[in-house]
Design a binder for this molecule. Structure first.
Ligand SMILES: Nc1ncnc2c1ncn2[C@@H]1O[C@H](COP(=O)(O)OP(=O)(O)OP(=O)(O)O)[C@@H](O)[C@H]1O
Ligand SMILES: CC(=O)C(=O)O
Ligand SMILES: [K+]
Ligand SMILES: [Mg+2]
Length: 574
């Protein structure tokens, strides 16, 4: 409802001792678009509201304690992109950056957020919880104060056998024929040809003649003697030990499993840390079956007030054998090509990637392609041609998200690498659209109940309509993000603006292809929601006369008087 700016100001500031008619108040000035009056932000709250010291505008409601509802939680990066490139130019593929020492300052994090980072990943393998806590808080502060919307993911260490110490500060060469002792005992200083493994039982069940493979083939050894828990091994294929190199044992061409649990005691403590810091995603390393995911999800629903999404990392042979049940049990998947390449022959990684990506889309789970995307950029300022081709191929396969690892965590060129992902994905998205290469996905039917089936059909048809009609944008009103996700699954040409009043849903939608989540107060009255959001987008100047929008809604009304249920409408803005 339009309210005159004067009466609104009086209403807001009647109780404010610091009201200053010159609007000179503390905090940074922001202009509430359409700008009758600009206001100064005191604090941007995670619920999408901002506390201000002066504000007035039609459509801006006064809330208690001078909290004003901005009514369109549009993150600054998406908004800028829309203004610069128009609806069709908006990037659809989401970007995840691993945060490490090279990018953990407030300034670096802000630059990554500006550069299009949608999700920040913290790998709990490295560094201390205090370090991670500090990064998480910085990201939340940036979101609150600068209008970003970066979600936070922690990635568990998981149980695997790796090198703790090989007596050298960095990598070390193993020569053919050299004999090494592998032990779990800690040793001081340098003991030549000795390698300490992280796990006491690492040699359990291992026999003479077994093959020990370092990092999936970086070097190979033959076990020549067992001495208690220690192994004496002879190098059969020379190569490098990197710090934390992974150890795997093979017999007759088959991998020996170590039987460690997917989540260790330390991982469970990291999970509780993630709950207390309010992270949005937990990526679970070395998942082998659906049960471990279910255990974690049960734990989260008992312990966490918000809904934290569990992403299963596909990085073991076992996980490939039980892929479908894992995808179904999870809230999303990461194709963790680094460790996957330790257990699966490298030439199979591309087909595995494509297969997993397609299955995730069929089962409507977001998928991230991770590891070595732009590895050379850890050192060099430009990527190799092959790396750009790899990134583009992942985009062509319609992955939801691409991930940087060392490129951002420890690399010299993190922001440039992010820029390369951004450019390469925008380019390939455009090409796919122009070539109309959108191969029709054989959509499996997901829903069991009638209403789920209806939602699914509506989304499939809505996307077909949106593409055929060439609409500028899709608007969806969604409670938990399900409808937005079903639209995304169909990879439409126009962007999907997902309006939700659930801040949790907003953050999790950050990982979904083509979805721009916006936080707004929605009511049961769907017509009112539509006209309100259209008005707000117009006021912001991002929606103009003549634009066409396809509107999909699935908000279940809470009282009988509400009429709109699940529907598709096409609106031309006039
Ligand atoms: N928080 C951190 N602190 C210090 N170094 C980090 C941190 N996060 C990542 N790194 C460094 O960046 C490199 C790449 O990070 P990333 O987490 O992708 O690799 P990784 O350890 O091989 O992954 P994973 O263990 O999940 O398979 C790591 O090897 C590590 O050296
Ligand atoms: C990301 C990760 O864990 C991997 O590639 O192994
Ligand atoms: K990890
Ligand atoms: Mg891994």
């Amino acid at each position: 409802m339009a309210v005159s700016s004067d009466s609104m100001l009086q209403k807001i500031f009647a109780k404010s001792p610091t009201f200053d008619s010159n609007k000179r108040v503390f905090g940074k000035p922001v202009s509430i678009s359409g700008g009758l009056i600009s206001c100064n932000v005191r604090k941007r709250r995670s619920n999408g509201k901002i506390a201000v010291k002066a504000v007035a505008e039609a459509g801006v409601k006064c809330l208690k304690n001078y909290e004003v509802n901005l009514d369109l939680g549009f993150d600054v990066v998406a908004e800028r992109e829309l203004r610069e490139k128009g609806f069709l130019g908006m990037r659809k593929t989401k970007l995840v950056c691993t945060i490490g020492p090279a990018c953990s300052s407030m300034e670096d994090l802000e630059r990554l957020a500006m550069g299009g980072m949608n999700v920040a990943r913290l790998n709990m393998c490295h560094n201390t919880r205090e370090w991670h806590r500090d990064v998480i808080r910085k990201i939340k502060k940036l979101n609150e104060e600068k209008g970003f919307s970066v979600s936070v993911m922690i990635d568990t260490e998981g149980s695997l056998i790796h090198v703790v110490d090989h007596g050298a500060p960095s990598s070390l060469k193993a020569e053919e024929g050299s004999v090494w002792v592998f032990t779990s005992e800690k040793f001081d200083g340098s003991r030549p040809f000795t390698v300490q493994a992280n796990y006491e039982g690492f040699s359990e069940g291992i026999m003479m003649g077994d093959e020990l493979v370092i990092d999936g083939g970086m070097a190979r050894f033959e076990v020549v003697e067992k001495m208690g828990n220690d192994l004496r091994c002879k190098c059969t294929d020379p190569g490098l030990f990197l710090p934390r190199a992974k150890l795997s044992f093979w017999r007759d061409g088959k991998l020996s499993y170590h039987g460690l649990p997917t989540l260790s005691t330390k991982d469970w403590a990291d999970v509780d840390f993630g709950i207390s810091e309010g992270v949005d995603f937990i990526a679970m390393s070395f998942v082998n079956d659906a049960d471990s995911i279910k255990d974690l999800k049960n734990h989260l629903s008992a312990k966490s007030s918000k809904s934290i999404r569990v992403l299963a990392k596909i990085e073991t042979l076992e996980s490939l054998q039980k892929l479908e049940e894992i995808v179904e049990a999870s809230d999303g998947i990461m194709v963790a090509r680094g460790d996957l390449g330790v257990e699966v022959p490298l030439e199979q990684i591309p087909t595995v990637q494509e297969y997993v990506t397609r299955l995730c889309r069929q089962l409507n789970k977001p998928v991230i392609i991770a590891s070595q995307l732009l590895e050379s950029m850890v050192e060099y300022p430009t990527p190799t041609r092959a790396e750009v081709a790899d990134v583009s191929e992942a985009v062509r396969q319609y992955t939801d998200a691409l991930m940087l690892s060392g490129e951002s965590a420890i690399g010299l060129n993190g922001q440039k690498a992010l820029f390369v992902l951004q450019m390469a994905s925008s380019r390939m998205e455009l090409w796919s659209r122009e070539e109309n290469q959108q191969c029709a996905l054989h959509n499996r039917q997901l829903g069991d109940s009638l209403s789920d089936c209806i939602a699914e059909e509506i989304c499939n048809c809505a996307v077909q309509m949106a593409n055929n009609l060439g609409v500028d944008a899709i608007f969806v009103y969604t409670k938990h993000g399900e409808m937005a996700s079903l639209l995304s699954r169909n990879r439409p040409y126009p962007p999907i603006f997902a309006f939700t009043s659930d801040s949790n849903a907003r953050m999790t939608l950050n990982l979904q292809w083509g979805v721009i989540p916006l936080l707004v107060d929605l009511s049961d009255d769907m017509e009112a929601n539509i006209s309100k959001t259209v008005d707000l987008m117009r006021t912001k100047g991002v929606l103009k006369d003549g634009d066409t929008v396809l509107v999909v809604s699935d908000l279940t009304p809470t009282h009988a008087s509400s009429t709109t249920f699940q529907s598709i409408q096409v609106k031309t803005i006039v």
